[in-house]
Design a protein around this ligand. Structure first.
Ligand code: IYR
Length: 224
């Protein structure tokens, strides 16, 4: 086998500037209507769609290309029930005193509480884990770099893929999320990063008006 250090770049088709404009504008239009949803249909979603969305997440850039992520895709009703029970227990403590007044005030427009029925209703939960150690090959035990940044990027790409497939998502972070390690059977060296809830939006799904407030390009960007 040849061991070349570099190979030619492939897959970058040069488009006209007008095509580029159209492509990125169309993508923005699609992504601008993405919302975090909390009302899911129980309609099943085929596993191969979830597999390919995770593959998209797995294409994210990562520190030293170590790909320090692991996705646990859960459709098993008993496992979902266990996760709901554990998450609601944490959330009851969170809403019942652990969260600061300032935090609760910030959440007030969302109307969230400790009740998380969607953890059982939605057909898929994807628990994303961050690996402190690993390497570019599974089974290696090298130090990973920029783990949080890398897993955040992979999660963002996963959300984009799921949204493009027409699926609703909730980026759920019951804190602390340690219970996911045991329920998902992951090693203690991995840190639960986020619990993605995935499925079709329920009929009559509503979202908080608060979620429609988006910063303008001029507020989030400086050109120099
Ligand atoms: N994990 C809690 C609280 C919560 C926190 C933030 I920051 C949010 O953006 C939304 C909710 C819950 O899921 O209810």
């Amino acid at each position: 086998m040849s061991e070349e250090k570099y190979v030619p770049l492939t897959g970058y088709e040069r488009a006209s500037e007008d095509e580029m404009r159209k492509t990125v504008e169309a993508l923005h239009s699609e992504m601008a209507v993405r919302r975090s949803i909390r009302m899911f249909s129980d309609e099943p979603v085929p596993r191969d769609i979830i597999e390919n969305a995770i593959r998209v997440g797995g294409t994210a850039p990562s520190g030293a290309n170590h790909q320090p992520w692991h996705f646990v895709a859960i459709s098993d009703p008993e496992t979902k029930a266990k996760i709901r029970e554990a998450a609601e227990e944490e959330e009851r403590e969170f809403y019942g005193g652990r969260a600061s007044e300032e935090w609760l005030d910030a959440l007030d427009p969302l109307g969230t509480d400790a009740h998380k029925p969607f953890l059982e209703t939605a057909p898929w939960l994807i628990a994303v884990f961050a690996q402190r150690r690993g390497g570019e090959i599974s089974g290696q035990d090298k130090k990973n770099y920029y783990v949080t940044e890398s897993v955040g990027l992979a999660t963002g790409m996963l959300i984009t893929a799921l949204h493009k497939a027409g699926l609703g998502t909730l980026t759920h972070t019951p804190a602390p999320m340690g219970f996911l390690t045991e329920i998902c059977g992951r090693p203690k060296t991995e840190k639960p990063f986020v619990l993605m809830v995935v499925g079709y939006p329920a009929k009559g799904c509503v979202v908080p008006t608060h979620a429609l407030i988006k910063k303008d390009l001029s507020e989030i960007t400086t050109f120099i």
